[in-house]
Design a protein around this ligand. Sequence first.
Ligand code: FAD
Ligand code: EPU
Length: 345
Amino acid sequence: MSNDGTSLQSLNTFSIAAHAAAITYINSTAQLVETWKKAKEKNQPFLLLGEGSNVLFLEDFSGSVALNRIKGIEVTENSEEWLLHVGSGENWHELVCYALEHNIPGLENLALIPGCVGSAPIQNIGAYGIELQNVCQYVDVLNMNSGEIKQLKAEECQFGYRESIFKHAYKDGYAIVAVGFRLTKHWQPKLTYGDLTRLDPHSVTPREIFDSVCAMRMSKLPDPAITGNAGSFYKNPTVDSVVAEKIQRDYPSMPSYPQANGQVKLAAGWLVEQANLKGFCIGGAAVHQNQALVLINKDHASSADVRALAKHVRDSVAAKFGIWLEPEVRFIAASGEVNAVEALS
Ligand code: FAD
Ligand code: EPU
């Protein structure tokens, strides 16, 4: 692994060997504004990164990368709830552990998700029956041109499945600098997903949920410290119920999740597995054996390997089921983010 001052290899969990023109660690909003302005003066592209756990670098980045390390956790409480104001550069899993250690339940289903707290609202991170929107009170977003910070209430963030306003109107020129959480003192366990359904809702503790979530995650998902990956490579697709029923006639055991709007969410990992792609490799990139929705850097994969594999998986699923998967991972080219679907077309 290259360790020179501009290597991005240890700064993206896919461990892709790309470089940037400059890399700056950011500890304050003032420093973020200054770094942004410097890049703009030089006409350089600018990329704010948390822990690089949801990006694929397609090539070297020709501009300035800012690494968000804005810290701080402040806790207040009233008779009904705990209120946490958290710097966006705090590590997400460490926040989950902090809350648990301080007897503040509510984040335990979201244990072990890599990345920073400030990245969590962007795709409304979710796992094991909970999404960020269930615990978020507000998001503080910095306009890097004016230096102004605006507080968006959770209701204004347009949260959806792997979606928010931070992928759209508040994308270019904005940075999330803090997130507010509201955690109720009337905690109810959320035990709807996977092995959690086996726990007793009357006696279960937040710590037991945390332990169970960590165990499930470790049994399926590769640890990026050992095997490069960016979690689920694609989103789970939502299709018309007619499309789902048609596939279900041939595959009665297909997992499916009916949605409120009458559509049906399908499991992309199942579709990839049925396309017979578990373990399939292109160059150093492979489809993970334990979870086909995860693409891994098996052996010094280049970004071209991962991109070719991602295209092959997408094309194969479309050929077999007529469903085009959309990447969840954000694709970064030399001057900034590019449309991931177009990059695979
Ligand atoms: P990065 O990858 O650094 O950045 C992601 C995007 O956000 C980039 O476009 C970046 O420019 C932008 N960005 C980063 N910080 C800011 C900011 N402060 N303001 C504005 N824009 C910013 N996700 C889930 O939802 N659920 C899971 O269960 C899950 N499991 C995972 C398991 C593994 C093993 C891995 C590797 C990933 C997993 N992910 C999961 C994806 C990932 O953890 C989340 O998307 C996480 O929120 C990314 O955080 P990050 O700090 O690494 O973001
Ligand atoms: N499945 C297969 N084969 C596979 C993978 C999955 O048949 O290779 C089946 C499973 O048996 C199950 C269904 O597909 O019936 C769903 O699988 P799983 O519970 O592993 O969850 P997922 O839908 O693949 C989603 C999120 C994860 C999150 C888990 C747990 C997306 C894109 N992914 O995965 O988030 O941790 O649920 O809640 O929504 C991420 O976003 O990076 C991520 C890891």
